[in-house]
Design a binder for this molecule. Sequence first.
Ligand code: GTP
Ligand code: MG
Length: 193
Amino acid sequence: MKISSAEFIKAAVDQRGWPKEGIPQVAFVGRSNVGKSSLINNLVQRRGLVKTSGTPGKTREINFFLINKLFYFVDLPGFGFARVPDKMQDNWAGMIEDYLSGCPDLKLVAFLIDIRHEPGKIDLIMHQWLTQNQVTAIYVVTKADKIAKGARQKHLSVIAKAFGISPNSLLMYSSETGEGKGPLWDFIQAAVS
Ligand code: GTP
Ligand code: MG
């Protein structure tokens, strides 16, 4: 995919702030620190478009980026960040769920899972929610570069088993090396066109 433009449009905490022009949207969800913002930067080849951080909880609002003036990438705040007080966790969950269930222009959800870890409770809740709500989703296993090639399949199996899905339905990605970029773009293009 050739990127001719990628621009930050706005940040929102609730539906009053969502873009409403009927332009398709692709959202990125997952635990804090899983690599959502890095993946967006890598996909659009703009290193500084989205702020990333080694400290979980960097993205705190729903951020909308207009790509090629054709579709939005939506960077959601990470869930399950332990150092956020409970009340704020609830607000975050509400903000994310409202968006995922209420935005009419949402075409695809990329659900990110760290290759190094077995999915936790919060990942399983998200999986269940996506399934129950029949959301079109692609499961992206991030930070592939952190695991040696020979050990990756084992990690994919563990993740797939936890979700009760086939390892073949997981898409491996590395924002460091760009591995997985072609297949993910294919998915995105199909969803927004
Ligand atoms: P929140 O905004 O807190 O929800 O986090 P996030 O999911 O947006 O994660 P972010 O992109 O900020 O990345 C978190 C950390 O992981 C940063 O230090 C990134 O450099 C690192 N990281 C992200 N993706 C990769 C990857 O593919 N490989 C490696 N090695 N590091 C990565
Ligand atoms: Mg982020």
